[in-house]
Design a protein. Structure first.
Lengths: 318, 294, 333
């Protein structure tokens, strides 16, 4: 197992180098000069061209591309992801600052999605072709089909503006507020993201459970006189969870996509919003750091899925 | 435990195609979805002529007016007719959805057939790549791409299409592999010699049914992605109307609260369209393989 | 004669399928007395297993017993509440399934799976005591290193070992009846004999009755006292084992016997019964065996369904012309 994990980590490192080289090259080839944007022609007085050249030298942007990459990679390994073009703050610092809110939002949403989706999917499988099953299928289809930003707008409109029950955005009220205040801010974004996740989870859970329900060993379990509850709860569920854990783990990075949209609507100060701000400001170091973070997450989650699989399925030995 | 070989009662007398059609028709939601889609398509193409309003015509004297005569759904911040923009946006959504899904399916078909046909290291590399692409959040990568090249309709279609290939790829690859195992034709064909012909003659007919299902669900995905990107201001660039960018304005709380005619119609339009496409996709899946689990 | 332990009486079982229902078992009756071994033989799809599963309430969701009774010690299992059935399954009736690969839960240890049945029926049995009993049981069925084996998962067992563990599971609560459903079909030939020996030994030691479901007349000859031959969801012949092998009075049984390998035949020459087993959704009217039957020859009687009529002492046959088979040995051409 340890050897497997180490080998996978090494492969992941190679993939990361590849991705980073690709991104780095692409980013540098982009039209639009960030240095031009840093030095505002309206407010800047004096020799603007010289100032730009000076700034470019300061940022190391005058060197050739491979040298810039090696410098960047060296710094990257030391935890220095460069400096934001727009705020001049260290990229790592900015990202860490934004990571907390995103983890809070995505973690809560993931828990909501799992708690809502998995039981419903399992129930639908157990009551196959009944009203419960059709109802669950319809609800999950709605959750999959209605874009989360529209649900978010509806949520703000109804609960934030018309009923005035919940805040319309942000992570805290101005001037702080306690735990209750934080939770009130979390309800809408995490709830909406969570329900959007529950849609596919219902489908996965139903499919996984149906797959198991047809299997011989459940008849064996019943032939021992076990109660239906034990047959389903112990024998069927454990086997159905194996593919579920894998698919949920692999898709954790996909959560980020939902976070970008929901963070934008709710003015949630997380990574997703940071990325959008960076796109609009052409803040390439931030973008590069962001994509690298996603790439690391993707590779880690793939590894996590494999390890989890081996842990819960005794047939798999890594 | 010995189980029965269950033979459908009417097997033998009805062709598989007819049987599939029958199963699809029995799927009431799928039929409703199909009808809905036809209406939407016809509406998006024909209605603009009926309504007559230019979706891009600016009227400074009628800004953010509520629904009234002449503007059944009101006007937006530039005084443009919301209904006209809604219909124009529908065309954009369908265009993006269909063409992106077509690109994704074509790439998936070619790569899947190649992987299944050549097997070994080609298959290994392509499948690994598909896994990675599949677990990357497409929206985020496209956002970054847009940051590079700027938003435009072709960029949008191409990048959504480029991210959609792994699902069709997996299906085609799996079926090609099993074809190769059971069928001597693919083996006899030899490397390179007539590979294209063999894929066209033997692989395509087999994969066409499941591929249609995946492509349909891909259309829904693409429409959702387009809407999200346009909503964020990184998709279809204005002034071209799209359902997503019509919703962009609603991020302002004032508009959200007091001008629902600006954001409710495009939001509902996206939801209904994607749902209809998904219904059809589910119906097609059941028709193609009644035992497949959703 | 002793009272039957299990008395299956005119069971009819149907399955819902796309476009209708299939009657998989159509009025099957059979008795098993305490300690007796009964063989149920027939081609796959003839309804052997479904009959047993109907009696035990273990049909899959789309199956239903629509008529008949299955009295176990006088209680009708058909229509009995699930809770009551649970009390009988595993305690008074043990099951051995065909494929030991799929019959075990892959993610639970073999020991846990046996212990679970013990603890279900023996209130107050501690986890530790159940574990010790599992080890004893595994040793009894001839599994070496039972302590270690009990902690292993099914995939770590060979096919034969798995089937031994399955037998240990079935006999765990000393049931009065063991039903073995094709217990050797999925195994290598060399292992088959060992498993049959083990089943015979277990039966002798526990004095349980045994129902042996098989399509293999060799197994029947070796293990059983009485034989029930099934075809297309019905019993076509029933007799003691000697009678079946020497004086079978149904052309289907004769056909099965002819396809049995013998020492004086080379395997390649084995004749099989011509034609296909019938589609249960489209049974021919009259005698179901008619299309494949050498006695048919277009006779009108074959167009009506034959009853299971006496053909000798303890011998019944569902053939209009069973008398024609009297005295004939071997198959009919």
């Amino acid at each position: 197992m340890v050897a497997y994990v180490v080998r996978r980590l090494l492969v992941s490192a190679v993939v990361l180098v590849g991705i980073s080289m690709l991104l780095f090259t692409l980013l540098q080839l982009m039209p639009g000069d960030p240095v031009e944007m840093m030095i505002d022609p309206m407010s800047f007085s004096g020799d603007r061209a010289a100032a730009i050249a000076r700034r470019r030298e300061q940022l190391g942007l005058d060197a050739s591309l491979p040298i810039q990459y090696v410098r960047w990679a060296g710094e990257f390994l030391q935890g220095n992801l460069g400096f934001s073009y727009s705020t001049s703050r260290p990229v790592a610092e900015v990202m860490v600052e934004r990571l907390g809110p995103t983890v809070r939002l995505m973690g809560t949403a993931l828990v909501i999605g799992l708690l809502a989706g998995i039981p419903v999917g399992i129930l639908a499988a157990l009551r196959r072709n009944t009203l419960v099953d059709y109802g669950a299928a319809a609800l999950s289809l709605v959750a999959i089909s209605v874009p989360s930003f529209f649900v978010a707008l509806l949520g703000i409109y109804v609960f934030g503006l018309k009923l005035d029950w919940l805040p319309t955005g942000g992570m805290n009220s101005v001037g702080g507020g306690g735990l209750v205040d934080s939770l009130r801010h979390l309800v809408l974004p995490a709830g909406i993201l969570g329900l959007a996740l529950a849609g596919p989870y219902v489908r996965y859970a139903r499919a996984a459970m149906l797959e198991v329900l047809g299997q011989d060993f459940l008849t064996t379990a019943r032939s021992k006189g076990l109660s239906r509850r034990r047959v389903v709860g112990r024998h069927a569920l454990h086997n159905a969870l194996i593919p579920l854990v894998t698919v949920v783990a692999i898709q954790i990075p996909v959560l980020f996509a939902g976070a970008v949209v929901v963070e934008q609507v709710f003015a949630w100060p997380g990574m997703g919003r940071l990325a959008l701000e960076a796109v609009l400001a052409r803040d390439y170091p931030i973008l590069l750091g962001f994509v690298m973070a996603i790439a690391v997450l993707v590779l880690l989650c793939n590894l996590l899925a494999d390890v989890a699989y081996a842990v819960i399925d005794p047939r798999i030995r890594l | 435990m010995t189980t029965l070989d269950t033979v459908p009662a009417d097997a033998g007398s009805v062709s598989p195609g007819r049987l599939a059609l029958r199963r699809f028709r029995r799927h009431r939601l799928a039929v409703a979805g199909a009808i809905m889609l036809v209406l939407l398509t016809v509406g998006a193409i024909v209605l603009p002529f009926v309504v007559g309003a230019d979706p891009n015509a600016v009227d400074p004297s009628a800004i953010r007016r509520g629904p009234a005569d002449g503007h059944p759904l009101g006007t937006d911040s530039a005084g443009r007719d919301v209904l006209a923009r809604l219909l124009a946006g529908g065309r954009v959504s369908l265009l993006v959805g269909l063409s992106a899904a077509l690109i994704a399916t074509s790439i998936g078909l070619v790569l899947g057939a190649v992987a299944g046909y050549f097997g070994r290291s080609v298959d290994g590399a392509l499948s690994r790549l598909a896994d990675v692409v599949l677990s990357f959040p497409a929206l985020i990568i496209i956002i970054v791409v847009v940051a590079f090249v700027g938003p435009s309709l072709p960029t949008l279609i191409l990048s959504i299409g480029l991210f959609g290939w792994p699902t069709p790829y997996r299906i085609v690859r799996g079926m090609t592999l099993s074809l190769r195992e059971q069928d001597s034709i693919l083996a006899v064909g030899g490397l390179g010699a007539g590979a294209v012909r063999i894929i066209r003659k033997h692989v395509v007919p087999v994969v066409i049914a499941p591929l249609t299902v995946v492509a349909t669900l891909g259309v829904a995905q693409a429409i959702l992605l387009e809407a999200a990107l346009s909503f964020l201001g990184l998709g279809v660039p204005p002034p071209t109307a799209s359902w997503g960018n019509m919703l962009n304005e609603a991020q302002s709380l004032t508009i959200l609260e007091s001008m629902p005619w600006l954001w409710l119609p495009p939001g509902i339009a996206i939801a209904v369209t994607v749902m209809a496409v998904n219904f059809v996709g589910d119906g097609l899946r059941d028709a193609a393989d009644p035992r497949a689990v959703r | 004669m002793t009272e039957p332990l299990l008395s299956i009486d005119e069971i009819v079982t149907e399955f819902r399928v796309e476009g209708g229902v299939v009657r998989a078992v159509n009025g099957v009756s059979l008795d098993v007395r305490p300690g007796e071994t009964v063989g149920v033989v027939g081609e796959s799809g003839s309804g052997k297993s479904v009959t047993m599963m109907s009696a035990l309430g273990l049909l899959p969701g789309h199956g239903r017993v629509v008529a008949g009774h299955a009295r176990f010690r006088g209680r009708d299992l058909v229509g009995l509440a699930e809770r009551e059935l649970e009390r009988i399954r595993g305690r008074e009736i043990g099951l051995v399934f065909q494929d030991p690969m799929t019959a075990f839960n892959p993610v639970m240890t073999v020991g846990e799976q046996i212990a679970e049945g013990l603890r279900r029926h023996q209130a107050g049995l501690s986890r530790r005591a159940a574990g010790a009993r599992v080890v004893e049981l595994l040793a009894e069925v001839g599994i070496p290193a039972p302590e270690r084996r009990a902690r292993q998962y099914p995939h770590e067992f060979s096919g034969g070992m798995r089937q031994r563990a399955m037998i240990a599971m079935a006999m765990a609560n000393r049931p009065a009846l063991i039903i073995a459903d094709e217990p050797t079909t999925a195994l290598d030939v060399t292992i088959q004999a060992q498993i049959l020996d083990l089943l015979g030994r277990v039966q002798q030691e526990t004095e349980a009755a045994l129902i042996m479901i098989t399509h293999d007349l060799g197994v029947i000859a070796e293990m059983t006292e009485r034989v029930v031959v099934m075809y297309a969801g019905r019993v076509v012949e029933t007799a003691d084992v000697d009678t079946v092998f020497h004086e079978a009075r149904h052309p289907y049984t004769r056909g099965l016997l002819r396809s049995l390998p013998r020492l004086d035949h080379r395997v390649a020459e084995l004749p099989a019964i011509g034609g296909q087993p019938p589609n249960p959704q489209a049974l021919p009217p009259g005698c179901s065996y008619r299309p494949r039957c050498p006695l048919n020859q277009g006779r009108d009687e074959c167009l009506t369904r034959p009853e299971l009529n006496p053909a000798g002492r303890g011998h019944r046959s569902a053939c209009h012309f069973h008398a024609e088979l009297a005295g004939l040995t071997g198959g009919v051409e």
